[in-house]
Unconditional design. Structure first.
Length: 373
């Protein structure tokens, strides 16, 4: 658009969706997603319930429910209990044998974790193998194939949570801790396995998992993942932020001490050099832990205040984060932002045992393949 009294500027449209007709196949996929979303969120419903709750016609609901039953996603569960006038309603729900996702987690130092995860985020099978900087796609494909062989259920796709900046096509643009640069991770793994593969930043998929399966407030949540490195995932208005650079959440590489230790990214004194699990293990007193908590709060406060975030989640080893460090973060928030904001922001801890990267990688598959968030 040309602005009055200003030199016209070319506006970038690279991130826009093309404008065009909604194809019948798109509408059908959307309607299928509505039905599955309703059943995932609220449990078994009758066809009449689904028609009312989705605003789709009963004919459309009947057709799509039959289709989803034929594909193994849904099953009839009998009639609704209780006394009703007329013919009892037959309930449908997610089948216990519905297709599953293979989830892979590259976030831990020296370890590759994998799991078979159902549509509700339940881990059915879990495996772990050694994985070091420099290992190639073959090692990842081998674990995925092992998990594939471990379940008789149909595989919907493969999801991967990896450190680094990951674009929308599943290419790892840069991952300093793994030594990867422009690695076409999703495409190479898909070719090796013959399955759809979706990759995302590990912190982002962990944030999605805490929103989809945990207690996360997806209207405004910042999840900080603390492991071999430090990364962040941001949920605003029900969506994970990525940004045009796909670097949203790379908070671990904000410099907090220019004279600090060398970071894997090439800078000195990044937050990651103080807050990563290996760095925290070296701290031997509460004063040092409080100092790290203050550094963390100084980085987080402007993000939380600017975006209006109410839920701050520290996802990492509880034994390293509880106590002085967590108390310091909470206290610093109270001093560094408006009282109105400080009184409404919760800072909480989610331990690593919750496996958020694995369940988040499965949620990524669920969304990309089925449209269910």
């Amino acid at each position: 658009m040309t602005q009055i009294n200003e030199t016209p500027r070319r506006r970038t449209t690279a991130g826009r969706r093309p404008v065009g007709k909604v194809l019948p196949g798109d509408a059908r996929r959307h309607h299928r997603a509505l039905i599955l979303q309703q059943l995932v969120d609220d449990g078994a419903r009758s066809r009449a319930d689904l028609a009312r709750e989705t605003s789709l016609t009963r004919v459309t609901i009947s057709d799509l429910v039959s289709e989803l039953m034929d594909e193994g996603f849904l099953v009839e569960l009998g009639t609704r209990p209780g006394t009703h006038m007329g013919k009892p309603a037959t309930l449908v729900g997610i089948s216990e044998e519905a297709p599953v996702a293979i989830a892979l987690d590259l976030s831990a130092d020296g370890v590759l974790s994998g799991a078979v995860v159902d549509l509700g985020g339940l881990i059915l099978v879990r495996e772990q193998v050694a994985f070091s900087r420099g290992d190639d796609i073959a090692a990842i494909a081998a674990l995925a194939q092992h998990l594939r062989d471990a379940t008789p259920r149909r595989i919907l796709g493969v999801g991967i949570g990896t450190p680094g900046i990951v674009d929308t096509h599943g290419t790892v643009v840069i991952a300093p801790n793994l030594g990867w640069d422009n690695l076409d991770l999703a495409a190479q793994l898909s070719a090796a396995l013959g399955l759809p593969v979706h990759a995302g930043n590990d912190s982002n998929v962990a944030a999605v998992a805490e929103s989809a399966f945990g207690a996360g407030d997806d209207q405004g949540m910042l999840l900080l993942m603390i492991g071999s490195g430090v990364g962040g995932g941001v949920m605003i208005d029900g969506r994970a932020l990525a940004g045009p650079l796909q670097s949203s959440g790379e908070i671990g590489h904000v410099v907090v001490d220019p004279d600090g230790r060398q970071c894997a990214c090439g800078n000195r004194g990044c937050l990651e050099t103080f807050l990563s699990a290996p760095a925290l293990k070296q701290l031997d007193n509460d004063d040092a832990r409080r100092d790290v908590g203050l550094k963390l709060a100084t980085v987080l406060t402007p993000v939380v205040t600017t975006l209006g975030i109410a839920d701050v989640v520290l996802y990492g080893p509880a034994e390293l984060l509880e106590g002085a460090l967590l108390d310091s973060v909470r206290g610093a928030f109270a001093q560094q932002t408006l009282p109105f904001v400080a009184q409404r922001v919760q800072v909480r801890l989610v331990p690593m045992r919750d496996e958020l990267v694995l369940t988040g990688a499965a949620a990524l598959v669920r969304y990309r393949e089925l449209g269910v968030v």
